[in-house]
Each structure stands twice: as C-alpha cells, then as structure tokens.
Design a protein around this ligand. Structure first.
Ligand code: BGC
Length: 755
C-alpha cells in the first residue's frame, strides 16, 4: 500500500470508530431517556444511594434496612457484598422485586489485589514497573469480577509526602509523574478500555482531591495549598486516571480552599467536568457528605444541598440524598435537572458495565472457581513481591546469605501470616499467605535457627487500639526480657542474624497516623541487644510507610524493605535473601533522617538561602541534615551499575522538536540485575520558582554481568510544561538541566536551552 492509501485507510478507520462510538452513545442515551421518563423523582434519588451491606465499616455508621430499601427502589448500588451467592441474592431482589427492575452496582475496596493479595501499593510503585502493576490490577479485576463485583475503589493516587499519614501505604508516593504512570496502568488493568466484558470492572480514582496533604499527617485533617502547587504536584495523577478513561471518581474527606471536597463545586464541576471533561460518576467517600456538618458547612439538609449542587452523584452510606433530595427539589434549592443528570451518570455506568443486558454478568460460579487464587495469579504475586523489595543497605555484601553459614531468623514476623497481606486486603485470606518460615521449610534451606525475640507490639494501649480492627496481638507468655535473652542465645549460635521486624499491619492504612516513625521501642530494644553479640545483622522490614531508620542504618549490616508483600511474601523474601532473585526496587517516598524533617521530598523548590555548611543564615537545621536518609528513587542491588556521562543529541530544543539524552549503563558486578534508570530535569529560570529536580522519565534495563547498554530518552517540549501562576500550561524557553542517574540524588547532568 502506498503512503497515501495507508493514510486514507487510517483516516477511515478513525472515522469509523468515532461513528461506532457515536452510535453506541446514541443507543445508550435513548435507552436511558426511555428509562428515566418512567422513573419517579424518588426512584431517581434512590439511584444516588450507596449503602454498605456486609462486614467492613470504615466509618461510624453502618447502613440499616438495606434489603427493604432495595425493594423500594431506593438503592443504586451496594458495597462490601461479594461472592456470587451473596451478589445474586441482592441483584435478584433489584431486578425482580422493584418497580423499575434496575440492576445494582456492586463495589468493593479492591486495593492491592482481591483474593490473591499483591504487595501494598507503595511497594508496587517501588517496582517502577507499570506493565507489572497493570497486570496486578488485571488479575485483581479477574478475581473481583468473578466474585460478583463490578466496581473497585481503586486506584488511590493521592500524592504523599508525610510518612506520619497511615494511608501513604495505599498510593504511589511523592512524585506526580510516577504517580500518573501508575494511575494509568491500574485503570487500564481494571477496565481494559471496555467495561462491558465479564472480566472487567469499573475503576474509581480516589481520593479527589489532595487527601495526601493532610496537615501534620493526621488523617482527615485540613488541607490547604496554592493552586500552583495543586496543579503541578497534586492533581496530575487524578487527571491521568481521568485521561485513561476511569469510570468513577471518589471525593476526599478534606477541604480544598476551605470547602470540603464533597460539596466543592469548583472541584467537582468546574475542574473535573468542565476542564478535564470527565464523563463518569462521582461518589462520595464513606459518609463524607454528612461530615460536612462537622466541617461547619450547615445542617444535614444543607450539606445534601451543597453536595447535589456541587456535582456529587452518589452518596456513600450517609443517606443524606435519600433523606433530603426530594424536599430540596420541591423547595427549589436543587434543580430537578441536577438530580436527573446525577441519576443519568449512575445509569450510564450500569449500561456500560453491561448490567442492563445481563444483571448477572458478574455472577458466575464457574469463573469464580477458575479465577480465584489461580496459579498464574500466585506467580504474579510472587513476582510483584520480589520486584517491590528495596535493598536499603548491604555492607560488605552481607546479602545474599551464604548458604553454608548458620542463619538465625529472629523476630515476631518470621512466622507471621496476618501482617503479610497488609491493610486494605479486604477479601484476602491471610491463612493462605506463606510466611518466611514456611518458605524456608518448603525450600529446604538448612542451617537455620529461630527465635521470636519480642512481641510485635508490647504497648498495651496500641494493642487495645489495633485488636478490634483485625490485629491479633497477644503478648507472649515469656516476658520481653526473656524473649530478648532467648534471641541473643540463638544469635550467638549463628553466623548471621536476620531480624524480621516492622509495623503491625494496622499501623498502616486509614486512621493510622503516628507521630513517631521509628520501629516500636520493644523492637529497638531487641535490635540493640542483638547488636551487642557482634554478629552481622540483616534487618528485614515489613511496614507501610517510610520509617526513621537512622539507628538501623548506622548500626546494622543489611536492610531489606519488603513492605507488606502479599500472599506470596515468604517465598519472595527468601528468594531475595538467598540470592535466587536480585532486588531492584526503589523507594518512591523519601525516608527521612528523623520525623522532624517531614515533609522531606526530592522535588522541592530552591530557597533564597541554599544550604551552606559553614554559614548560619542558610536553610538548615541545627540538629539534622536537610537531606533524607534515603532519597526518592533509591535502592541497591546485589550488583553495581556504572553510569557514563550524559550525551545530548543537541544542546538546543526547538518548539515542537526533541532532543535525545543518553547514558551507557554498565553492570560492573558479577550478577545479572535490572536497573531503573531515572531522568530528571530542572528549569533554571522561570516565571515562578521551579523545583530543583523533577522526574520526567525512567526506563528499566536488564544487564548481565559486565554488560553495557545505552539508555536513551527522548525529551520534547511537552516534558518541560508546567502550570504558571495564571494556571496556563506551557513551557518557558530558557536554560534547563537534565539529570540521569540511579536515584534522585546520584545523577550525572547536562545542560540545554529550550527555544
Ligand atoms: C475510605 C475509602 C474507601 C471507603 C469504602 C473510606 O473510609 O476512605 O478509601 O474506599 O471507605 O470502604
């Protein structure tokens, strides 16, 4: 085919697919018009109601009398109900016992896997592997959709820079570029661009917006930030999810410019719908409409009015819409057209999910048996766990373990299963998770000793707070000192100690903020006692946030961050410890020197008084450095990589053009490994002060020992764009720097001019 014909064929196929889209939209619209003509106002309002039916509660209210309401047509969807049997029962009720016979949506918090649990999202981000992350979302969608669900409350894309906040575990960390890449990967994995398939589910990007910026890292606390920061740093991942076609958006609990997100018209209508062109449905967070009363926005009726007029479509658990919407319409405070528009969004979602053609599309016992925890998903879970692990320290190559030496595995997490799957592992079954100790036994590693060493938690007050929410913290019959003595005796019999410590899973996730990000005191006491034995010590960490590891970094030989690695944690961790796999993960949130540095993140603005060691009046602390202990993008390998200097194809980037930046990366060690090569840039002069570094690209290269590969990045003017103080998105000509390196700190640089 000659080029002209080829272009003609391309053009015609674009036109054909646009036409097909238009005609399927027209079909949907006429179906919904027809349906809505026959619905009463009350039935339309019923569609906006989303109660919880099941056992999970994340707020103070649990929905009451749901079955009755379903029968009356006062429910649009439910969440926390899954399994084909349970879903069939409620769906049957909706499509046979209601006047309009409209099927229900079935939502659930599928956050890092559904039944097969993958590493927590902060760990998944540390893989820097969006293809893998997309696969985990796909696997989760296959399981969820085979379990009766058609809607998942994921991805959580809040930018997080404060490790005191427990929910940092649910997102991708501090960087908007990486966060956007991961947001898109997850939406694609869940939705496959076609909600009507029986194995795809509607994704829900959350928490819109800025929830990660809660002051002092305290959950549900105030957020306040400039628009410039919002647009450049916090909004991009939500927008990436919208651009990827996410079907729904969940609002956040916080205020934005003083108005809670759930009643914020600027956010939900001006920005989301009008500027970004979002066409899907907007759902509140758990009772977040009601909570506007506590925010001081008015009484229950007033906050329902605010939410409806702001563009909120669905009310999760709170039932403010059910209670007040009709009255508000009758009083002329909410136009009936607003209710119509909101109801339409929900019906459209149901239509796109194929529920009007087959309400039981996702209720399939056979698929359930085939999909849930299938071997391919377990393999993927192990692979994701391995790729998520970050080697933070490895003095004198203490890792991988030498199989001929005697190894003492010490710590309450060596045999633990519950904590491996982390928080937000709703339908995950921890009894199916494989512990480190079981993995050691299964693999037949010899020369291993075990001691518990300490309780996971000693503090009775913390135990009292965590146990009602699924923790099973029971103090050992031995006293803390007896546990330590036993561990020290075990350590003396060994050549190397592997201490497996961290946070109980309940210290991560929602409502799990802390002010001290060190390991718990009893665990620190154990490590100090082990240190006195003089044996080399490797710390294997399970936790959901960046910790203050200053003491551990200064005193221990190896540190391996494993997050909460999921169902296959044990085999994955032992593969890494014993060298069957080479760690390649890199942290996506800076690990501070201590909690006083927080928030500390790599892409900050320059100050007018940059740090100078010998000058008092520069930006600094008297008692700590400015830089974190481990910077964004940091992670070691069992091998080493050498970076050449950066070569540019040209020092000038013209409008619409591009330049190529390349480095040669060499594996200088004796093991194969995968390195994530990171590209950052800095605009030297701008109409507003610009960050000292911004990630604009990354690539993974697999390198055999001694091998060198050239890694090239194409840089275009799109990569230089940002929102200026008028919120115009463009680039500004001038001087730029590019940096390429193994993390955000250790980089090689080159200069260019953009014209
Ligand atoms: C959380 C959401 C979650 C919802 C439903 C809320 O408390 O903030 O992330 O999706 O509960 O369980």
């Amino acid at each position: 085919m000659n080029i002209k014909n080829f272009l003609l064929v391309c053009f015609l196929s674009v036109v054909a697919s646009a036409n097909a889209q238009q005609s399927s939209d027209a079909k949907m619209n006429s179906f919904i018009d027809n349906l809505m003509r026959r619905m009463t106002l009350q039935e339309k309002i019923g569609q906006l109601n989303l109660p919880s039916v099941g056992f999970d509660v994340t707020g103070p209210v649990l929905s009451q009398g749901v079955e009755d309401k379903i029968k009356k047509g006062l429910v649009g969807g439910v969440f926390n109900t899954y399994t084909p049997e349970a879903v069939r029962k409620l769906q049957q009720m909706a499509v046979t016992q209601t006047r309009m016979k409209i099927p229900l949506l079935f939502g659930y918090d599928v956050i890092h896997g559904h039944r097969t649990i993958f590493p927590i999202n902060l760990g998944l981000a540390a893989t820097w592997d969006p293809v893998l992350v997309e696969k985990t979302a796909r696997a989760a969608a296959e399981e969820a959709s085979a379990d009766g669900l058609n809607w998942v409350y994921s991805p959580m894309v809040d930018i997080t820079r404060d490790p005191r906040w427990g929910r940092v575990s649910e997102g991708s960390g501090e960087d908007p570029f990486l966060g956007s890449v991961m947001a898109k990967a997850m939406v694609n994995g869940y939705q496959l661009n076609d909600l009507s398939k029986d194995n795809t589910v509607m994704a829900c990007v959350k928490h819109f917006a800025l929830y990660g910026a809660a002051e002092a890292g305290r959950d549900y606390n105030t957020v306040d930030m400039s628009k410039v920061r919002m647009y450049n740093e916090y909004l991009p991942p939500y927008k990436a999810a919208v651009d990827a076609g996410v079907g729904s958006v969940m609002t956040s609990f916080n205020t934005i410019d003083g108005v809670p997100a759930s009643g914020n018209k600027w956010l939900l209508t001006d920005l989301l719908r009008n500027q970004w062109g979002f066409k899907g449905l907007v759902v509140s967070d758990y009772t977040s409409i009601n909570e506007m009363v506590n925010h001081g926005m008015g009484d229950n009726k007033k906050v329902a009015e605010l939410a409806l007029n702001a563009g909120m479509d669905m009310d999760m658990v709170g039932e403010e819409f059910l209670n007040y919407a009709e009255q508000l319409v009758n009083e002329g405070k909410v136009p009936e057209k607003t209710i119509d528009d909101e109801c339409r969004k929900i019906l459209e979602a149901k239509y796109k999910l194929g529920l009007f053609s087959n309400p039981f599309l996702y209720v399939n016992e056979e698929r359930n048996k085939k999909e849930i925890m299938s071997q391919d998903k377990l393999n993927l879970s192990k692979q994701a766990a391995i790729e998520s692990m970050v080697l933070l320290k490895n003095k004198d190559h203490v890792l991988p373990l030498d199989r001929s030496s005697r190894i003492a595995f010490i710590g309450p997490l060596v045999k633990d299963q519950r904590d491996l799957i982390g928080s937000w592992s709703g339908a995950g079954d921890y009894t199916k998770a494989i512990s480190i100790w079981s993995a050691i036994e299964q693999a037949g590693y010899k020369n291993v000793l075990y001691a518990k060493g300490c309780n996971l938690v000693d503090d009775p007050d913390l135990i009292k707070q965590l146990n009602p929410h699924g923790a099973m913290l029971i103090p050992d019959s031995l006293s803390p000192q007896q546990l330590i003595d036993q561990a020290v005796r075990t350590a003396y019999q060994s050549d190397v100690v592997v201490a497996v410590l961290g946070e109980p899973f309940g210290m991560s996730g929602e409502a799990a903020s802390v002010t001290d990000i060190r390991l718990l005191e009893n665990q620190r006491n154990l490590l100090e006692a082990l240190k006195k034995t003089g044996k080399p010590i490797v710390l294997v960490l399970m936790n959901g946030r960046p910790l203050d590891l200053s003491w551990e970094d200064a005193n221990l030989d190896g540190i391996l961050e494993t997050w909460y690695a999921g169902t296959m944690a044990g085999p994955a961790i032992t593969d890494v410890l014993y060298g069957n796999a080479n760690p390649s993960g890199k942290i996506t949130m800076s690990f501070p020197v201590n909690v006083g540095q927080v928030p500390v993140y790599y892409n900050h603005l320059p100050t007018g008084r940059p740090y100078k060691a010998d000058q008092k009046y520069t930006t600094r602390y008297l008692d700590a450095p400015n830089d974190p202990l481990y910077p964004f993008g940091y992670g070691l390998s069992y091998t080493n990589y050498n970076y050449s200097s950066v070569a540019l194809s040209s020092n000038t980037l013209n409008t619409g053009g591009s330049i190529t930046a390349s480095v040669n990366v060499t594996n200088t060690g004796d093991r194969a490994g995968t390195e994530t090569v990171q590209l950052y840039m800095r605009q030297m002069v701008g109409s507003i002060s610009r960050p000292v570094k911004e990630l604009i690209g990354f690539q993974q290269v697999a390198l055999a020992p001694g091998e060198t590969k050239k890694v090239s990045f194409k840089v275009t003017d799109d990569d230089l764009k940002f929102y200026n103080s008028n919120l115009q998105y463009n680039y500004e000509p001038g001087d730029f720097k590019l940096f390429i390196g193994t993390n955000s700190r250790d980089v090689k640089e080159a200069d260019f001019v953009a014209r």
